[in-house]
Write a protein of this length. Structure first.
Lengths: 349, 246
């Protein structure tokens, strides 16, 4: 299956019956898949008039307590950030997928990782964080989608899956054992007593809102939300470290680039360089403890990205300047080759 | 004789609306319709950004606060998730006819089964009286201090006339709230919209011509005069489209 299709099927199996989107390459397979799949199982697919409308349909649907999703690619995500800020401010659970392409502006339709800063720091105005999951295989495109819906419901927060054009378009075998099937989604829907579904004259009214005119109220709301972010950090920050015990150099990369970094590190080891790899599964929260643990013996860290260097900031922050951090990146739609990363490894060791 | 009392669907709280503002009347007739249909427990309202931003505190049904102009998209998400519930949006002219033009046009084009109450007072009230898309030619506002000049600021949007061209619209009706007769007519129009919604027969919009004494710089009485003399000729009340679309 294509990465985009695996993600869409996983969403269905996670109990998502409502999808709202707008065409943009390289994620169109998600909307196409949903438009075929959802009507057959009593779901709703809407091709909205804009990215802004799509994210606001998600806002309404999530406000009604229903699992829902939207997907887009970089320029479209910029349009959605208004809605994402409101979703965060109103504590509404949903899943937002970014299959990254080149930027800024229209950029390109080739794979990219240049939205790391946007995803981890700037998905809308205001004091907010959005949990961001970073798949690296088609299987993870599926698995992380299931996890994203659960996280969103548990913490009443919008959750982002940050993929890229390479992962979206590539085909790999995928299975869905941990996600459930279409008839019996794993979704152990958390009861949503807060949802606006009509009070049925049996309770007080529910209000879904992000406006708090009294500073005390707004500060209280945000402080409570940041406590939830802290809990997400403690419970869900994750990474995969390989060959880091005794490594002299650790190569940190996420998503599609992590696959290439892995093969570069393998070749480096064959050449006698003690190279390990570190791959964050969550970009926010960034797996800081895991990185420090992976770098225990390292003398240097090399960060590889499909950008001019964005995650490298989080690596430096996590390492608190205790280790030199090098960077290698390609941008504009180029996928770094294993040879290029290997050259950089050799150069810096 | 039925006793004149506060509708159940209207919360017993003080509103922040200015003296002479018609939001209070429009809230009330909307709440009366909800009461009379007995649907307050099955209704979800979506309120806008603008003077009625705090409407979630004033209605006694479940309420959602949307971002500026996006209420029709939000209402679409709610209604598609809960097709048997009643959903309304309550929007002003800046919200609906400027920043939210795309959202309202396409919700109408999809024939979404919800009802929009569109309050047109020809200005942005909440932010201090700037030019709205419905500001009349020559009208002085904070951002048209020399009067709206159609050579540079263009022309007002006539929303009901636009809605009448859209196949997904079951009801597009313009009303005013200037005297008891017109208030009753306005209420009847809102009820009609909710009936179309009940039968899942398409999108309904009721444009209510309203006053803004504060930003017009007029007394409440003079404001009603202005509505009658200046607004009614430009925005004639009436039914612009009526009939089930499905």
């Amino acid at each position: 299956m294509k990465g985009n299709e695996a993600l869409a099927e996983a969403a269905v199996r996670a109990g998502c019956r409502h999808y709202f989107g707008y065409p943009i390459t390289p994620q169109n397979e998600i909307a196409a898949y949903m438009s075929k799949r959802l009507p057959k199982i009593g779901g709703v697919f809407i091709q909205a008039e804009s990215e802004i409308s799509a994210i606001n349909m998600v806002y309404g649907c999530a406000a009604a307590g229903t699992r829902c999703m939207t997907s887009s690619s970089s320029p479209g995500i910029s349009l959605k950030t208004e809605g994402i800020s409101y979703l965060a401010g109103a504590d509404l659970p949903c899943v937002i997928v970014n299959v990254q392409r080149g930027g800024p502006g229209l950029g390109s339709i080739q794979p990219s990782q240049a939205d790391y800063w946007q995803a981890t720091r700037a998905l809308g105005h205001g004091d907010l964080r959005i949990p961001v999951l970073a798949p690296s295989t088609v299987q993870e495109m599926a698995d992380m989608t299931g996890k994203a819906f659960d996280l969103a419901d548990e913490y009443r927060a919008p959750v982002m899956i940050l993929a890229d054009g390479l992962l979206g378009q590539m085909m790999e075998p995928v299975s869905f054992p941990d996600i459930g099937n279409a008839d019996e989604p794993r979704a152990k829907a958390v009861p949503k007593k807060w949802a606006a579904v009509g009070h049925g004259n049996s309770r007080g009214k529910n209000i879904i809102n992000s406006l708090y005119l009294q500073p005390e109220k707004l500060e209280e709301k945000i402080t409570e939300r940041f406590k939830r972010y802290e809990e997400i950090k403690n419970k869900h920050a994750g990474a995969v470290s390989e060959n880091c015990d005794g490594a002299d150099i650790v190569i940190a990369a996420y998503g599609a680039t992590a696959r290439i970094a892995r093969s570069a590190a393998e070749t480096a080891r064959e050449k006698g360089i003690k190279a390990g790899t570190f791959r964050p599964l969550t970009l926010y929260p960034f797996p800081e403890k895991e990185l420090r643990e992976a770098c225990k013996t390292a003398k240097k860290v090399l960060v590889a990205e499909m950008s001019m260097g964005q995650m490298v900031d989080d690596v430096k922050l996590a390492l608190e300047c205790k280790l030199p951090v090098e960077f290698f990146g390609r941008t504009g739609g180029f996928i770094p080759g294993p040879g290029e990363i290997l050259n950089k490894i050799t150069e810096v060791t | 004789m039925p006793k004149f009392a506060r509708p159940r669907s209207l919360a017993d709280v003080e509103t922040h609306y200015c003296p002479g503002c018609a939001h209070g009347i429009i809230h009330r007739i909307l709440a009366e319709v909800i009461d009379e249909m007995g649907i307050e427990g099955d209704t979800i309202g979506v309120c806008p950004v603008g003077c009625s931003v705090l409407a979630y505190d004033y209605f006694n049904c479940d309420m959602i606060e949307a971002s500026h102009g996006r209420s029709p998209a939000v209402a679409t998400g709610v209604k598609r998730s809960l097709p048997d519930k009643f959903v309304f949006t309550y929007q002003g002219d800046g919200d609906l006819a400027a920043i939210g033009t795309a959202e309202i046009i396409h919700a109408a084009a999809r024939g979404e089964n919800f009802t929009t109450v569109f309050v047109n007072n020809t200005t942005y009230g909440m932010t201090g009286g700037q030019m709205a898309p419905t500001t009349l030619p020559g009208q002085v506002t904070q951002t048209t201090p020399y009067g709206r000049n159609t050579a540079t600021e263009g022309f007002p949007l006539k929303i009901c006339e636009i809605m009448a061209q859209i196949d997904g619209v079951a009801l597009a009706e313009r009303v005013a709230v200037i005297d008891p007769k017109s208030v009753f007519a306005a209420k009847k129009a809102i009820r009609k919209g909710f009936e179309f919604q009940k039968n899942k027969q398409g999108f309904s919009i009721i444009e209510v011509l309203s006053t803004c004494p504060t930003n017009w710089g007029l007394t409440p009485v003079k404001s009603v005069e202005r509505l009658k003399n200046d607004m009614l000729p430009y925005y004639p009340p009436g039914v612009y489209k009526e009939g089930a679309v499905r």
